[in-house]
Structures are given as structure tokens and as C-alpha cells.
Design a protein around this ligand. Structure first.
Ligand SMILES: [Mn+2]
Length: 319
């Protein structure tokens, strides 16, 4: 059931003992949303903890460092930035049909939760949570909440440069910057600083890029074998799909990563008018118009062939 901001606020006020779930392979938006909402709920006098199926990347330690889990018996499950229960991760599958409220910004949200507050026009789930907190006067914002929500907004907009970033996004960021959050430092950490491992991953991805249709489409693929051989760490791949569109002629970038023996995850990015969410939906995936994903249970070559063919059709080209 789709609910509005007032209904979501009423729900949060009426319930207690929250498990807040982020998606697996966590990014800045789901982490910022999780810990931001947790701080809001605790400030409302509620008991709340944040859980993620995967370990939280170290680069977000400034968000979760001061966090201590509380001791209580679970009563209410909330998911943030989770469009599909599959994204909770395998080890969290038991939560899938227990989500009482989902707060999200993905147009592809499957409506799996009992209540869904989704704003497809919002650039980040953190933007939706900011609006929920401020429009419904849940609590007064503070430095900690602002730091969490700002980070999610900054990361999901590629530092305020994606088309998804609109006036409401900047308004939210401006309000959050009234607190002493060190936005410049956060953005340097999120966008400019890289670990050696990340640089190795980027070099590998850029070096293995293939181009199709007069360089209108690029494809980079990383297999488990590549990862073993080169020692590329699995937790340094966040946002790597963005690298597929750096060449000026590219309209659709594809990043394929092997997850298991016969399982591949494709992440698509669009720089122009091509709706990559529509392409991914052909393969059972989804996401946003300019950023979407899908999975293939086949060989890497077959996955590549299928996706290139679909991108070619979208571009009006023959594969
Ligand atoms: Mn998001």
C-alpha cells in the first residue's frame, strides 16, 4: 500500500522497537538513510537499530562510528532505499515478508512492504527522509542526523551533478549544511579520495572496456577469476559503473560483474535519452531511467551478448 508523508509519520510515532534494514552491497544513500532514520527514531524516544546483510565499507565510518546497537525485542521492520526484497541480501531473506514500512525513491519499488513511502522524483532516499522529518516535524534536525542525510544525498547524486538532482535536493542539502557537518570534507572523502585497491579496480575496469556501435555503448566486465588473479577487493566496486560513461561518445555504459559461478550482475548507466531501466526490465531488473541493473544466470559471454543486443535495439542499431 502506498502511503503519504503524514501516514508514514503517524506510523513511526505509533510504533516502536525498529529494525531498520539497508540493502546489501550498501551505498552512501542506504547507509545514510539507515543511520539517519535510526537517529531520528531514537530522538523520538523509540528503540531502533540498523542492520545490513553485508559489512559496512570503511569509507562510511564517520557515519556509523559513534553508533551503539540497543538491546530490545524486534517489533517493527523498516527498509530504506530497498526497491526489492531480494536486495536485502540472502542472509536477510527472512525479513522479506515482514517489512512494515519501506521508505524509498526507486520507481521500480516492487511494493513488497505493507506500507511504502516512495518518491520517484527524489534524488535519494535520504531526501525522502529529510522531507519526512521536516514536513512532519518528527524531530529537530541535529548535526548527526544532518551528516547522515547529507552524505546519502551527495553520494546518490554523484556530488549534486546527476539529472535526478533538483531544487528540492539542493534545498534539503542547504538545510542540512546549516549544521557543522563538514560537507567539503565529506565530499572529498566520498568522491576524491581513493584507496590503492580502488585505483587498481578503476585501472582494471578502464583497461578492459570494450566499445560497440561507434563507441555509443561501452561494456566493462569483471569476472571472479579477474578478481582472484588481480586481488581486486569486492568492497571497492561501489559506483564503478559510472566509469563506463567517461568516454565522450558513450550513451549507454554497461558494467558486468560476476557474482557466482553462473551469475552476473549488470549495471547500466545512460548519459542521454536512453531509458536503461526499460532495458533492464527485459531481463527482470529495473532501477532508474539513467541508472539501472539486472542479473543474468548464464556465461559472461552470453550475458554480454544479450545486453549489447538490447542496448543496440534501444540505440536503434543492429548488434
Ligand atoms: Mn538511493
Amino acid at each position: 500500500m502506498q502511503i503519504n508523508f503524514k501516514e508514514a509519520a503517524d506510523f513511526l510515532r505509533e510504533n516502536d522497537c525498529y529494525h531498520i534494514l539497508t540493502h546489501a552491497s550498501p551505498d552512501g544513500d542506504t547507509i545514510g538513510s539507515g543511520f539517519g532514520l535510526c537517529a531520528i527514531l531514537r530522538k523520538m524516544g523509540k528503540k531502533a537499530n540498523v542492520y545490513c546483510a553485508d559489512e559496512l565499507p570503511r569509507r562510511y565510518d564517520f557515519i556509523y562510528e559513534g553508533y551503539e546497537p540497543m538491546d530490545f525485542e524486534l517489533k517493527t521492520v523498516v527498509a530504506v532505499d530497498v526497491a526489492d526484497p531480494k536486495l536485502l541480501g540472502k542472509s536477510f531473506a527472512h525479513y522479506a515478508d515482514k517489512v512494515a514500512l519501506c521508505i524509498d525513491h526507486h520507481i521500480s519499488n516492487t511494493g513488497y512492504a505493507k506500507r511504502t513511502l516512495v518518491e520517484p522524483d527524489a534524488a535519494a532516499a535520504c531526501q525522502v527522509i529529510f522531507k519526512l522529518m521536516s514536513s512532519q516535524k518528527l524531530v529537530e534536525c541535529d548535526e548527526n542526523i544532518a551528516k547522515c542525510l547529507y552524505t546519502g544525498i551527495a553520494t546518490d547524486t554523484g556530488c549534486f551533478k546527476f539529472d535526478s538532482c533538483g531544487p528540492e535536493t539542493h534545498f534539503a542539502a542547504a538545510e542540512l549544511m546549516k549544521f557543522d557537518i563538514g560537507a567539503g570534507k565529506i565530499n572529498r572523502r566520498m568522491f576524491d579520495q581513493k584507496s590503492r585497491a580502488r585505483i587498481a579496480v578503476e585501472q582494471h575496469v578502464l583497461g578492459s572496456m570494450e566499445y560497440y556501435f561507434d563507441e555509443r555503448c561501452s561494456v566493462a566486465a569483471v569476472s571472479l577469476d579477474d578478481m582472484h588473479k588481480t586481488g581486486l577487493p569486492a568492497d571497492e566496486f561501489e559506483g564503478i559503473a559510472g566509469l563506463t560513461t567517461v568516454l565522450e561518445t558513450v550513451e549507454v555504459g554497461v558494467f558486468i560483474r560476476q557474482k557466482e559461478e553462473h551469475k552476473f550482475k549488470a549495471s547500466l548507466r545512460s548519459t542521454g535519452d536512453i531509458d536503461v531501466s526499460a532495458i533492464c526490465s527485459k531481463f527482470g531488473g529495473g532501477g532508474h531511467v539513467k541508472a539501472a541493473g539486472c542479473t543474468f544466470e548464464t556465461s559472461i559471454e552470453d550475458a554480454k551478448t544479450q545486453i549489447v543486443k538490447a542496448v543496440g535495439e534501444a540505440l536503434g542499431e543492429k548488434a
